[in-house]
Design a protein around this ligand. Structure first.
Ligand SMILES: C[S@@+](CC[C@H](N)C(=O)[O-])C[C@H]1O[C@@H](n2cnc3c(N)ncnc32)[C@H](O)[C@@H]1O
Length: 223
């Protein structure tokens, strides 16, 4: 899964998402006194934070970037690829970070603990979460399940935070090569459970796939 995700992300199929997250952060972090500390909880192979750091740097913001994930192989790959970012193998439910030390935390398709995020963010710090929205990879699900279910949007805002914005981002990916379709499939849990027959069907036909992301920007309430 880690290797498939790394190859898929390296082709920038999800670049519009990284750009949108970076743009949102550039707007709010422009007001923050430097150096700015940005953390990625459940960073996987580090794709998003590296792209976001690049865009923030281009906007003239100097960033101390750190990240963690519970998967050691993912962190090993991230650390090798992005030597300018500090990485740790750690659970997002027990982040290896001091209290009130971070200006922003991003969490992309990964589990999180609101209490931990509240603990590590500075007062009025920013929490940017990305989760699947209803139509995410629905073309794929339709071929896997007889009655595919859409993702449900989670509109709850954890205690201690206020919701600043909630945006949907959708785009279609054109997966013209077999390797691209295979990587996408291997990134999902489906690959490991479906029959060989269904797998082949997906590998042959999954040329156009829709993404759908729910992007929430929350701010820690002042103490
Ligand atoms: C779908 S991947 C997303 C990775 C990365 N954010 C991205 O979008 O490329 C989910 C990640 O969450 C990590 N993860 C799962 N449970 C975790 C936990 N309790 N603490 C930290 N990371 C966790 C997995 O190892 C995996 O890298």
């Amino acid at each position: 899964m880690v290797l498939a995700r790394r190859s898929f992300l390296a082709e920038d199929h999800y670049l519009p998402l990284a750009k949108q997250v970076a743009t949102l952060l550039t707007e709010v972090l422009g007001q923050v006194r430097e150096p700015i500390n940005v953390y990625d909880a459940g960073c996987g192979e580090g794709y998003y934070l590296a792209k976001i750091k690049q865009q923030l740097n281009l906007a003239g913001l100097s960033i101390n970037a750190s990240a963690s994930d519970i998967s050691k192989p993912a962190i090993q790959k991230a650390a090798k690829k992005h030597p300018d970012i500090a990485y740790a193998v750690a659970s997002s439910f027990n982040l290896p970070v001091q209290n009130t030390s971070q200006d922003a935390l991003i969490q992309v398709f990964a589990p999180s603990s609101a209490a931990e995020i509240l603990r590590i963010l500075k007062p009025q710090g920013w929490w940017l979460s990305v989760d699947p929205a209803p139509d995410h990879l629905f073309a794929l699900k339709q071929q896997v399940y007889d009655t595919p279910q859409k993702h449900q949007l989670d509109n709850t805002v954890p205690e201690g935070f206020s919701l600043v914005s909630q945006t949907r981002l959708s785009f279609t990916m054109h997966l013209t090569r077999l390797e691209q379709r295979q990587n996408l499939l291997m990134m999902t849990p489906f690959y490991w459970t479906i029959s060989a027959e269904k797998k082949q069907l997906l590998l042959d036909n999954l040329n156009l796939v829709n993404t759908d992301f729910d992007i929430k920007l929350m701010q820690k309430k002042p103490e």
